[in-house]
Design a protein around this ligand. Structure first.
Ligand SMILES: [Ca+2]
Ligand SMILES: [Ca+2]
Length: 356
């Protein structure tokens, strides 16, 4: 079109020269109007930290015949097709085409393979005929598989409370008590145990709690009759002091500083809102407990408790263990975290999943 602005004589001379070259701008093959074939098998065959190796089958100069002149290879963060190939990023120094049918490989460097990347190319012949844009070759970074893990967590504190007195506790003793005693000395009286586990120090933040199991060991009981023993989520913090009622320990001993008692969360300064402990009315788990041996509580509500404790560590006050308080001689003695037999101490087994 620029020729229109030239003087007529010169314009005619130029048109004459151009006409002698035919319709293409290729002086050596003026009749070539056939573009290379479209590549349809472009693929990412490997990747490094900052490189991706592509593979494809070479088209020819004319369709699938001959040898094309050059490649135009491009990449993008988005899928590439014929409508946006021109705006994709040009790969520098593409390889010269091999004869049609040759399997080509080329490594693109300087790309961030932690991202999803798209590649496409087209061949161009000597006459400037451009092939259609190839298929889109996709690179996706590997997604780490979820890790399914298990951890046994001991309590970091446990204690017992005795309903007959606000000054009785057993913070450092080797036993925990629940249920109702025989009532031989005025009573009968109730016992309740408290246990808390350092969830957020044991499980990585963001983990999904799949299930949990609390195992306690019964080491003394007035009978083997099955009794329902429940876990309830505690809603206020409490303490474990230096009190130690020894063996058998069933009547407790004088509370020491920061011990939990029936009346106090932290003896002698901070009381429970409700004597006997502040906890959810609904049980997180219940289990029938008989004679000596190991017992394991497992329930979806326990899993939810532990998930909440992991997600909000400041609200982790553990569980209270409540036995059958409707009749006497239902007490159970469990081994505490201070028990002389490590294998008999409480343990919370947590099954959880993380994305590394
Ligand atoms: Ca051609
Ligand atoms: Ca203890």
């Amino acid at each position: 079109m620029q020729l229109k602005h030239l003087r007529n004589g010169l314009s005619l001379a130029l048109v004459s020269v151009l006409a002698s070259c035919g319709s293409s701008n290729n002086p050596t093959n003026p009749g070539d109007t056939t573009a290379p074939a479209r590549v349809t098998d472009l693929a990412v065959i490997s990747a490094g930290d900052q490189s991706v190796t592509l593979q494809w089958t070479a088209p020819g100069d004319d369709g699938h015949t001959g040898t094309a002149k050059k490649y135009d290879i491009r990449w993008s963060l988005n899928a590439i097709d014929g409508t946006n190939f021109g705006s994709a990023t040009v790969v520098a120094s593409p390889p010269p085409p091999s004869p049609a049918g040759t399997v080509e490989q080329f490594t693109v460097t300087g790309v961030d393979t932690t991202l999803t990347l798209h590649f496409a190319l087209r061949a161009i012949d000597e006459a400037g005929n451009k092939a259609s844009v190839s298929n889109d070759a996709l690179w996706m970074p590997a997604v780490p598989p979820p890790m399914h893990l298990t951890k046994n967590i001991p309590p970091f504190k446990d204690n017992s409370m005795y309903s007959e007195s606000d000054t009785l506790s057993n913070g450092s003793g080797e036993y925990l008590f629940t249920g109702q005693n025989a009532g031989n000395n005025g009573g009968p009286y109730n016992r309740r145990a408290l246990l808390a586990f350092a969830i957020s120090d044991s499980i990585p933040a963001g983990a999904v709690i799949d299930s949990v199991e609390l195992t306690l060991h019964v080491s003394k009981t007035p009978s083997g009759v099955l009794r329902t023993i429940s876990l309830h989520r505690v809603t206020a913090d409490w303490g474990e002091g230096a009190s130690n009622a020894g063996n058998p320990g069933g009547t407790g001993t004088g509370a020491r500083t920061n011990d939990a008692t029936w009346g106090y969360r932290f003896f002698p300064a901070t009381t429970w809102t409700t004597a006997g402990g502040d906890f959810d009315a609904g049980a997180s788990a219940q289990l029938q407990v008989g004679a000596f041996g190991f017992y394991t509580w497992k329930a979806a509500a326990m899993q939810a408790d532990v998930q909440a404790w992991l997600d909000t560590p400041a609200a982790n006050f553990g569980w209270i263990v409540i036995g059958d308080e409707t009749q006497s001689r239902t007490a159970r003695r469990f081994d505490s975290r201070e028990n002389v037999v490590p294998a008999n101490r409480p343990v919370l087994k947590v099954y959880y999943t993380t994305i590394p």
